[in-house]
Write a protein that binds this ligand. Structure first.
Ligand code: HEM
Ligand SMILES: *[C@@H]1O[C@H](CO)[C@@H](O)[C@H](O)[C@H]1NC(C)=O
Length: 324
């Protein structure tokens, strides 16, 4: 290769490298070096007030990333109820998840060095790691450098989030459109080891499943009894039950052990065991919690890269619930 071609190559090489990885672990090393400990402190304080901090924040991150990318658009409020969070698939997001990010942002901005330097999208990504650790899950490094989006509409949520009656093909196609594999999808579904569901999300499985069977035949019969007791027909719409009936406040692999027993709450949970294409992975995660934790870290890191905004596409929001 002649000299001029070589120099062109070396001139562009750093550019290629930086575009290949938009996010970095030490993104705030000079602008806000204490960001990790500040966020951890605020999240820990919120966690001491209510456990809902944990599932609320984890689900919020997932719903943010699947709609317009991980850009904190889910946090934006709209005066005429036309934001992402007003869509039917988002209205049950726990207020404590939003409050966690708002409190962590306030803590970050109290440090003069950090004021208006850290995006709400990055604070949500950090807070998500912190709640997983607080619930006994694995720790991992969080990639940073996301910008906050300027757009949030109810319409953009349509067909972007999975529904509890989805089958394996529907789950795989939605996750693969976000760059996630079936294994990533199964590992991320392990988040249902924490938190609550309203009865309406699964009551069809108990009372009017199909023309030939009122109850979904794949649910464990004792679990059906338990679920019917907590969620009688026409139950109050505010009633919510633990999604993991065994260790609801532990980030562990009990979710997969429950699936082996026919104790998945949603069809989209149980299908991971009933479908032979995903059963081996469920069995692996049930048997080996290290394998589950490693797969979860890989998957949540990939989730955090979905649709990340850079440059003029985004901003560092001053207030997480409003564009600048
Ligand atoms: C695989 C497809 C998925 C479906 C169909 C699904 C569906 C649901 C539904 C219907 C609820 C109950 C909402 C309610 O009644 O209030 C729920 C709760 C929850 N989901 Fe998922 N989800 C999926 C994947 C995920 C992923 C990937 C995560 C995070 C990594 C996640 C985290 C959570 C958490 C933590 C809760 C409990 C929320 C709380 O207690 O406030 N889910 N999910
Ligand atoms: C569990 O999974 C880890 C990570 O994949 C692996 O290194 C380990 O050998 C597995 N343990 C057993 C008992 O199979």
């Amino acid at each position: 290769m002649e000299y001029s071609r070589l120099s062109i190559l070396f001139f562009f090489l750093p550019l290629l490298v930086t575009t290949a990885s938009a996010l970095q672990r030490n993104y705030y090393a000079t602008t806000c070096p204490s960001v990790e400990s500040i966020v951890r402190g605020a999240v820990t304080q919120k966690f001491r007030q209510t456990f809902v901090t944990v599932p609320g924040t984890l689900r919020l991150f997932f719903h943010d990333c699947f709609v317009r990318g991980c850009d904190a658009s889910v946090l934006l409020a709209s005066p005429n109820n036309n934001a992402e969070k007003d869509h039917a698939d988002d209205v049950s997001l726990a207020g404590d998840g939003f409050d966690t990010v708002i409190k962590a942002k306030a803590a970050v901005d109290r440090d003069p060095k950090c004021k208006n330097k850290v995006s709400c999208a990055d604070i949500l990504a950090l807070a998500t790691r912190d709640v997983v650790v607080l619930a006994g899950g694995p720790s991992y490094d969080v990639e940073l450098g996301r910008l906050d989006g300027k757009i949030s509409t109810k319409a953009s949520v349509q067909r972007k989030l999975p529904h509890p009656e989805f089958n394996l093909d529907q789950l795989n196609s939605m996750f693969s459109s976000n760059g996630l594999t079936q294994t990533d999808m199964i590992a991320l579904s392990g988040a249902h080891t924490l938190g609550f569901s309203h009865c309406s999300k699964f009551s069809k499985r108990l009372y009017n499943f199909s023309p030939t069977s009122l109850v979904d035949p794949v649910i464990n019969s004792n679990y059906v009894k338990q679920l019917k007791a907590s969620c009688p027909r026409n139950v109050d719409a505010t009633v919510a039950i633990n999604m993991d009936p065994t260790t609801p406040q532990k980030f562990d692999n009990a979710y997969y052990k429950n699936l082996q027993q026919g104790m998945g709450l949603f069809s989209s949970d149980q299908v991971l065991f009933t479908d032979s294409r995903s059963r081996n992975t469920v069995n692996l995660f049930a048997a080996n919690s290290t394998a589950f934790q490693q797969a979860f870290i890989t998957a949540i890191t990939k989730l955090g890269r979905v649709g990340v905004l850079t440059g003029k596409q985004g901003e560092i929001r001053r207030d997480c619930i409003a564009v600048n």
